[in-house]
Structures are given as C-alpha cells and as structure tokens.
Design a protein around this ligand. Sequence first.
Ligand code: F6P
Length: 548
Amino acid sequence: MSRAELTLLPEWQALQQHCNHVATGHLRELFAADPRRGERFVAEAVDLYFDYSKQRVDDEALRLLRALADARDLKGHIAAMFRGDHINTTENRAVLHVALRATRNAHILVDGQDVVPDVHEVLDRMAAFADAVRSGTWKGQTGKRIRNVVSIGIGGSDLGPVMAYEALRDYSQRDMTFHFVSNVDGVDFAEAVRDLDAAETLFIVCSKTFTTLETLTNAHAARAWCVKALGDESAVARHFVAVSTNAEGVAKFGIDTANMFGFWDWVGGRYSMDSAIGLSTMIAVGPDHFGDMLAGFRAMDEHFRSAPFEANLPALMGLIGVWNANFLDAATVAVLPYEQYLKRFPAYLQQLTMESNGKHVTLDGAHVDYATGPIYWGEPGTNGQHSFYQLIHQGTRLVPCDFIGFGKTLQPVPAQGGGDQHDLLIANLIAQGEALAFGKTAEEVRAEGTPEALVPHRTFEGNRPSTTILAERLTPFALGSLIALYEHSVFVQGVIWDIDSFDQWGVELGKQLAKTTIAELVAKDEPKLAHDSSTNALIRRYRALRDG
Ligand code: F6P
C-alpha cells in the first residue's frame, strides 16, 4: 500500500507553519488589525451572501489554501466531474448530478452518450404525473382523488425529499398531505398511515437499487395495507409508483414499469434529490417550483465551475473546512439554520457530507495520515441556544458553525412590543456569531461588578469560528443554490483529501451481518451462535425479552 502524500506537499507544510502563527492569534486581533475585515472577507454569488470574516483565517491562510487547491489540481478535478469522467473510481462511475439540472439545450456526455435528453424526458413525465395527481385527474382505485402521498425510501432516497418538502412547505399544495417512511422499525410505517384512507393514498417507492432491505420491507407492508383496505391486488396499479434504476426489481415487486420513473448509475443516492427521487417534492410544490429549485442548483453549478477560487463560494467553504479540520483540529461542523422550514437540513447534510467524506484511504488505497470528513450536526435556531450552545461557547472543543438565515420570513408574525418575530430570530443569529467570535474578557466581566469567584465562569474566551450565510427569502431557487453550495464544498474537500467522495463501502459490513443476525433472531430453536461473547449474549437476551 502506498503512502498518502498530501502532508508531504510543500503547500500543506506551508499551511502547517502558518497555522502555528495564526492559531495563536484571536479573532479580536484580526478584526482590530483590519477594520474592513467584515466587508472584505465576504463573497456573494447566486443570491447568497457568504460572510467568512469570523473564520480564523487571514489573507495568507487563504492564499495558501488556494495554493493547496492548485497543487491538488482542483480546477482539473472540477472539469473532470462536469465532463463525465469516471471520477468515482471504486465503482467506476461518472458523477453527474450536475446533469440533473442542466438546461434542455445542454449536452453532457457519459461514455459518449448525451444524457440531457434522458434527464428531460424523465422530468417531463414527472411533471405530467405530478400535475395529474395535484389536479385530481389521477384517481385511485375507487375513483377518489389522491389526497395523501407516502414516499418510501431511505438515505439518499429519503433525506432529500423530506428536507425539501419541509423546506418548501409554504409552496406546497395544502389540501394534500405528505409522509415519509424510511426506518425498518414498523412504527415508522404504522404511524405514517394510521389516519390515512387507502383510497386516497399514493405510495412512491424510491430506491436506486430496489434491493434496500428497509425500503422493500416497508413497500411490502404498504402493499399489504393497501390491498387489505381496497380488497384487490389490482389497486397496486393506481396506488403505487416507483423511482429506481432497476426496472427488473420494480416489475418483480409488482409495480408496472409504465409507472416507474428512472434515473441512472451516474447519480449518487445522496446527490439524487433533483432526479426522479424528488417526485414527492414535485407533487408537493408543483413542476414550476421544482424547476425553480433546479435553476438554483444550476446557477451554483455554473458559479462553481467558472468563478475564481477567491470568489467561489463552494471553494471557499470547502477550503476553510479543510483549514478547520486539518490545521485547527476541529472534528465537527455545526449547521445552524435560523429558519424553521430548514429543520431537516442538518440531517440531510449529515448524509451528504459524512457518507461522502467519511473515508480513511486515498483513491490509491493508502491509509490517510490526516483527518478527513468532519462530523456534521445541528438544529434550527434558536432551539440549539438553549441546549448545546453552552459547549460551543465555553466548552473545550472547537466547533466551527455555519449560521444560515433569511432577510424576509415566509410567515410574518407580529412580535409583542413591535416588529416581527423574525427580527428576534435574526437578532439571535447575528448575536451568536458575534459572541462566539469576540467573547467577553475577564476584565469586561469584572467591570460589570461580578464577584471574583464567578469571573472565570462568566468569561467567554471567544475566538470560536463561524460562517454566516444570508439570502433574501427561502425560495425554491435559494434552496437549490444552498444545497449545491454544500454539495460542491464536499467535492472540494474530497479532492484535497484525495478520497473517493462518491462511494459508500462503509455501510456494507453492518448490512451483511444483519442478514446473519436476523436468521438467528427468528430461528425456531435456540440457534448456534458463532459471534463474539457480547454479540451472542445480546442475541440470547433479545430472544428472551421478546419471547418471555
Ligand atoms: O446507506 C447506503 C445507501 O446506499 C445510500 O447511499 C443510499 O442513499 C441508500 O442506501 C438507499 O439506497 P437505495 O436508493 O438503493 O434504496
């Protein structure tokens, strides 16, 4: 096995040296030394205002990060992705989610074949179907119109659609309900359909492979529920559609492939929400809003491909993430949307970032000797302020934060004493970034008359880095551009770390072992267990608890 060579690059070593110098400084000093820092360390593109002035970088760090990007040939890698090269080397696949939002007149070749006509053929079929369901032309088995949509999928076949539905709820058809079933825990399915009338319910079974245990298990449960309620197998044709790359699997399940919406192996699961996997989103918000969302993605794609790195939002976000992870040793990133509609955005980003960059070997299979993908997590503001922000402000770990907010709310609610509740929300967003960066010195605490014994407890060291992203309003376009920003920043980091951001072998072992274990759990007689002593004991205890 070869040795990972990243840390041997002169650009990496220069960053390491520079970090020793910058890391000892404080954001207070950086701001004091440059009164215009708050305007200079800002980039703006695709209607997003991206303020990274509260990150612990200076001009030299940024220059060195760009030099590292050049040394890793980031430009060449971007071109290779957009060109359709097989950059997912361990699966020998192209990575072309950008083709999903290409305009009709674009040409993108995969293995010599233009994929854009296929993309638009599926988008057109989705639009016709979404319109039919929304207008009531598509009827259920008994002639009733569809009022409820239940999307069944998991991972990339679930998180994008749930997040987008929640994010764009204000644009959704309010006389319909939308539900998402993912967990193999039967509770998820049972609670989703509990109050639904099968005659008015459409199931969308979303699975790229159509082999995923959770999705097929839930799809079978849904079919049994639907057939029982409607009394006839023929109901499946009016109440089930599928989204998959596996027509054979779909047909075997019993869904007519005329009611299947396809996509392609060059779309990774976690990059698939604007393929047919987004069918539930399209039914919820309508084809026009879905098209606006794709336009937001596309605008960010074009920006990423063409803007110089110093003004390129995904490049800046990705490179600052490398700085925080590798040079400031931050193991995590908190994503903090001050927008209730984005409540599932952190969960969505967890798969996007961690399934992509949670890798321990390079493309050549060498073990890395540097940190790769950080842990992403978060909650919408202001809830987090009353739970985990304590640790971010005064704990011993460095937690870089992404604050996300909007100038206009979709739900104005007058606040007591004047103004709108939205001003209160955004006041909190702005205040948190300021508090994290500048803190409160012991002298300032003392000056407030605080008893000496409490001074250390009430002191805020500050110097906690954050980025603030602002947009005018949470529109479908803004959502698309925000997601594409994160998608491409993940790509930037994968290139720097020399890893395959597009495979996910790490999910396989658990799946494999679960197959053996399920046989042992359901065996009639006491099974012969060949695991370690803990696993054997857990299996015995579970059987005893279940059967006792
Ligand atoms: O968790 C592994 C994974 O393969 C994800 O990458 C994917 O999004 C998810 O499972 C669902 O896969 P499928 O769409 O094939 O059911």
